[in-house]
Design a protein around this ligand. Structure first.
Ligand code: SF4
Length: 85
C-alpha cells in the first residue's frame, strides 16, 4: 500500500531535479519507519541539488512527516521552534 502524503507538484521547477523522483521510492524509503530507512533517505538528500528548496517547501507547508531536505519531521519541527526557515 502506497503512502499518499503530499509532495510538490511535478510542475515545480526544483522538484524536477529531485533525486527522489519515484513516488514509490518516496513512500517506501522517505516515509518508512523501518530501521535504517531514515539514514538511507538522508544520504540521498545530502547529494540532492535541490535540498534547500525542498527543506524550505516542507517548512512552508508545515510538513512534519517523512524525510524532506535531509531532515526528519522531528528535526524540522525543532528548526521551526528556533525560528529557522
Ligand atoms: S532533498 Fe531529499 S526529499 Fe528533498 S527532493 Fe532531494 S532527495 Fe527528495
Amino acid at each position: 500500500m502506497g503512502t499518499t502524503l503530499p509532495r510538490p507538484s511535478r510542475d515545480d521547477d526544483w522538484w524536477k531535479r529531485a533525486l527522489c523522483t519515484s513516488d514509490e521510492e518516496c513512500a517506501e524509503l522517505f516515509y518508512s519507519e523501518a530501521s535504517g530507512s531514515a539514514a538511507r533517505a538522508k544520504r540521498i538528500c545530502f547529494s540532492c541539488p535541490v535540498r534547500g528548496a525542498c527543506l524550505e517547501h516542507a517548512q512552508e507547508i508545515g510538513e512534519f512527516s517523512g524525510i524532506w531536505g535531509g531532515l526528519t519531521g522531528h528535526e524540522r519541527r525543532a528548526r521551526s521552534r528556533h525560528g529557522r526557515p
